[in-house]
Design a protein around this ligand. Sequence first.
Ligand SMILES: NC(=O)c1ccc[n+]([C@@H]2O[C@H](COP(=O)([O-])OP(=O)(O)OC[C@H]3O[C@@H](n4cnc5c(N)ncnc54)[C@H](OP(=O)(O)O)[C@@H]3O)[C@@H](O)[C@H]2O)c1
Length: 293
Amino acid sequence: MSEGIGFIGLGAIGRPMARHLVKKFGAVVWNRTEQRARAFAAETGATIAPSAVELVRSADVVMTCLPTSREVREVVEATAPAWRSGQLLVDLTSGDPATSRDVAARLAAVGVGFVDAPVSGGTSGAEAGRLTVMLGGEARWVEQARPLVEAFAATIVHVGPVGTGHALKAVNNALLAVGIQAAGEGLAALVKLGVPAAKALEVINASSGRSNVTENLIPQRVVTRAWPRTFRLALLDKDLGIAVDVLRQTRVASEAIVMAKRVFGEARKELGEEADHVELIKVIERQAGVEIK
Ligand SMILES: NC(=O)c1ccc[n+]([C@@H]2O[C@H](COP(=O)([O-])OP(=O)(O)OC[C@H]3O[C@@H](n4cnc5c(N)ncnc54)[C@H](OP(=O)(O)O)[C@@H]3O)[C@@H](O)[C@H]2O)c1
């Protein structure tokens, strides 16, 4: 079945996902900064909705990709009169479970479905249409969302009820953050001991300490000194906050993740809202007086 898709949030990762959807199904888009929507429409042939309300009126399935669940809630509140029974909101934001349950309940009251569908794989995974997507929601809504998500995903897993997709995404990103911090600290020490970063990484990546951080992020972004900006450190700091809440609410020890939250929070203050997540290593390098190369 072909459904009218409306996409809200043409940011760093929203743009490539929306590009796949436009190509496969066609889509109406809306973005807070209109210039971005115009550039996207010129490139892809997508239709621009004059407002978020008009987008919701015209779509069967609305997809959001916004910084946090706070903005998702704002958009849902601002468009409240436009929602009608049978529509579905698929939220691709790395959001927080509690707000999503709230938004889902509000939409359910008017017969609208909600699926949290955060993604993993970064902007390169989004460009390639190879993202991992974790879906939280009722089976009937999840099955409606699945063929649309397939436009940009290689792996799609229904993990549980509303909010569990967001909880899983927060835990995944907490593992990423802990990995960046630990690898940055360990490599800084090794370089100070005279071990070139390339040699240290050659060993680690053939050993049990390897991860996406040591196999891809550090060789491609730190050792090269390229520092591309693809995923804002501010957003990873937000994800750490969600992960800490998830662990506390489930009464599980959260020592490692609380520590990463503190370190990333301090780096966010120092580096600002636009810094990339891997730039935490710049702070570690400065404190250690060494460059990892
Ligand atoms: N980047 C990645 O590699 C990556 C990977 C996985 C998951 N994620 C998650 O995906 C989500 C989006 O990330 P991103 O990197 O695309 O962020 P981003 O580049 O900062 O883009 C954010 C988008 O949200 C819009 N927006 C911000 N505040 C808004 C508001 N109050 N009302 C309406 N629209 C608003 C922005 O519009 P403007 O154009 O007007 O600013 C922009 O389209 C986040 O939850 C992030 O954690 C990102």
